[in-house]
Design a protein around this ligand. Sequence first.
Ligand SMILES: Nc1ncnc2c1ncn2[C@@H]1O[C@H](COP(=O)(O)OP(=O)(O)OP(=O)(O)O)[C@@H](O)[C@H]1O
Ligand SMILES: [Mg+2]
Length: 461
Amino acid sequence: MTTERILVVDDEPNMAWLFSHAIGDDYEIVAAPSGERALELLRSVHIDLMVLDLRLPGADGIDTLKLAREHGFRGPVIVMTAFGEVKTAVAAMRLGAHDYVTKPFNVDELRLTIESSLRSVRGAGGGHDAPGALEEPVRLHEMITVSAEMRAVFEMVERVAASDASVLVQGESGTGKELVARAIHHMSPRNDKPFVPVNCAALPESLLESELFGYDEGAFSGARKCKPGRFEIASGGTIFLDEVGDLPLAMQPKILRTAEEKVIERLGGTQRIAVDVRIVAASNRDLRREVMEERFRQDLYFRLAVITIPIPPLRNRKEDILVLADYFLREFCADLGRPCPSLSDDTARALLAHDWPGNVRELKNAMQHLALMCDSSIVEPRCLPGWIHPIGYSDPDNYVDDYLQLYQVSLKESKRRAFAATEKRRIAEALHVFNGNRTRAAQSLGISRRSLQLKIKDYGL
Ligand SMILES: Nc1ncnc2c1ncn2[C@@H]1O[C@H](COP(=O)(O)OP(=O)(O)OP(=O)(O)O)[C@@H](O)[C@H]1O
Ligand SMILES: [Mg+2]
């Protein structure tokens, strides 16, 4: 492997020396004392990663970043900022910088940041050709991203969609596994047939079996009519085995057989029924590990994981945080029929600093909270839900003020808004599902056609 080349842009001459000293054994370091010189170098030599001081004479760091992107530099950029100047770092993140370090920084921390940034573009097909983050977010079905890691996921989805290969989607809770599964189905030739999700963790073993395989009349007491199982319902389409790691061991051989022979037998049934299903499975546990610890059958694992798509946690793709935040906030505000506020730099910084154990779902919830609770046109950190502790938020002297600012509205008003948002969503969904047929939509919602009509008008649907 060739040594990767890092461009250090800083008017402080010691900085280039520091970099050479600290990481010069692993990377080739090139230095530029100004933004202008950096742009010249980018034109003439291949650069894998740029470390950019934001305070530069002449063109400052932000200008340099913009120009570098405009000139086609696609590699990761790490910005350096002085303590107390994090605002500009946030502006840089919005322009697609990968990460930032605060000066004075710790060399080990810097090395880790560089390594992880380079790793992410290498994983995405490598080199400076991996598209940078300045472009519009990339979309796939219902997902958006600007990160190289997720773009690699999108590419895998597109690639596997056409085939019938089993896919295992692996990732922490809330990373978007179900959306990926839906995207695979949506982009596959099976998309005019059903996508049938089954949550393997939600049902007790006995019910799971009849859910999956169905039963014939008289299969057990209470089975008065026959009922097709999810495999049958999914025939021609895709079955989504969610939380597959929770599949009881006793059930696993049956699933394996179905996957291999493409036939099922209903409980209490006598005939074998052919089912043409594609299997997509998801797990938030490491299934290989489950196999090693004998909680999951190896043969089934190999059958399901013909292709494995790993989804990185949100904290490993920081570039996505603000993009997704804006996207969700806009969506929720549109739902509520209110203008969308913008995030202040401090708020953006708090979002970037949070480590998102609940991943994209947590971010989405936080934005819903903001849309409902924050009345101002600029979102300050104190408006963030309490679980995302912005720096300084826990200062007890500020707490009462923060609290009063955050909940500018009464409990009653909060409830009213949450209620209205849910109602609007349910109605919009019902109208969508029944193709605008108001009678059927009203029926499914358990309200009269007339009151549905009034609500449609109220919510401007
Ligand atoms: N890239 C993305 N773009 C837009 N929305 C996303 C993206 N990733 C996830 N989401 C949203 O985040 C939420 C969580 O996604 P999803 O349910 O697919 O995650 P999951 O990995 O299946 O979670 P769990 O393990 O808890 O079941 C959903 O509301 C989904 O719409
Ligand atoms: Mg899920």
